[in-house]
Design a protein around this ligand. Structure first.
Ligand code: COA
Length: 280
């Protein structure tokens, strides 16, 4: 059922998660949102090291919430649907798997919010971002009002949110909404290469960096530094750290195992990293 809406394609330890609804410009109905949530759970279960999130077809990353589901909607249904979208996108943003958005066309409304929930965003030249909700009598409710200012700053976010205007790829690059713009054909290979590079780093480090970045950055600086110290000590006393330093000493590439055992054992007694064939 889920595979009907969201496709997964593995490239070693990197998984491409693709919204498969090109005839509707990958609009996010409830089934798609549920399938995205299942895909994220599956990625964690399968020990995926990095994700590339994209949309099927050559027109859209996603044109946002499926408006067919929002006509004559009650407060209770709208609230529940917003909760679903927020939960799934927060699941992505909170990690533990780093996610690269490959924005291959329209990223409007919930589509832009999905990109904002990823940790790194790349765009194709034809990508166009926007939060058109005010024209619909709605507001971005899958995290847009919260994540956009954190990415581009309050001033730019307010202007984009209040006008609902389109932001073309080059402007998205200029304001830091994306970190690179690629030719259409190059977008997915570039996103995969970036995700693969990320996936070669220590999974413990990646998880701890995401924890410090997202769990610490909204706190007063002293508390943010405390979070950084705590997760920094957890990383430094992990099996990954022992492997990373040993590899440095031996002048060889590190071989990191799955994050779980090492990351969740604050004593640092986790099983040594196994490393998978072809890594490092
Ligand atoms: N919800 C439901 N269906 C959508 C959709 C959405 N958000 N976005 C696009 N579609 C559907 C269209 O209804 C159309 O279906 P049809 O072929 O059955 O008529 C199909 O996808 C193709 O879209 P279309 O509008 O014909 O393409 P276009 O090139 O003329 O315009 C957009 C593309 C993205 C500019 C336009 O589809 C659009 O504005 N979509 C809504 C974006 C939006 O407001 N999102 C936020 C929702 S809160």
């Amino acid at each position: 059922m889920a595979a009907e809406w969201v496709g997964c394609e593995d490239h070693g330890v990197v998984r491409i998660v693709r919204i498969e609804r090109p005839d509707r410009l990958n609009a996010l109905n409830e089934a798609v949102l549920q399938a995205l949530g299942e895909a994220l759970d599956g990625a964690v279960r399968d020990g995926v090291r990095a994700l590339v999130v994209t949309g099927a077809g050559d027109r859209a990353f996603s044109a946002g919430a499926d408006l067919d589901e929002w006509e004559n909607i009650s407060f209770a249904d709208a609230y529940r649907r917003l909760e679903l979208g927020q939960r799934v996108f927060q699941r992505l943003a909170a990690g533990p798997i780093p996610a690269v958005a490959a924005v291959n066309g329209y990223a409007l409304g919930g589509g832009m919010e999905l990109a904002l929930a990823c940790h790194v965003r790349l765009a194709s030249r034809r990508a166009a971002f926007g939060l058109p909700e005010p024209r619909l009598g709605m507001i971005p409710g899958f995290g847009g009002t919260q994540r956009l200012p954190r990415v581009v700053g309050w001033g730019r976010a307010a202007e984009i949110l209040l006008t609902g205007r389109r932001v073309p790829a080059e402007e998205a690059l200029a304001i830091g909404l994306v970190t690179a713009v690629h030719e259409e054909d190059a977008l997915l290979p570039e996103a995969l290469a970036l995700a693969q590079h990320i996936a070669e780093q220590s999974p413990v480090s990646l998880r701890m960096i995401l924890t410090a970045l997202y769990g610490g950055s909204d706190l007063p600086v002293e508390r943010g530094l405390l979070v950084e110290r705590l997760v920094g000590a957890a990383a430094a006393s992990s099996a990954d750290q022992r492997e990373g330093v040993a590899a440095f000493r031996a002048r060889r590439p590190p071989r990191f195992g799955p994050a779980d055992g090492a990351a969740t054992d604050p004593s640092g007694q986790a099983q040594p990293s196994g490393g998978k064939e072809g890594e490092g």
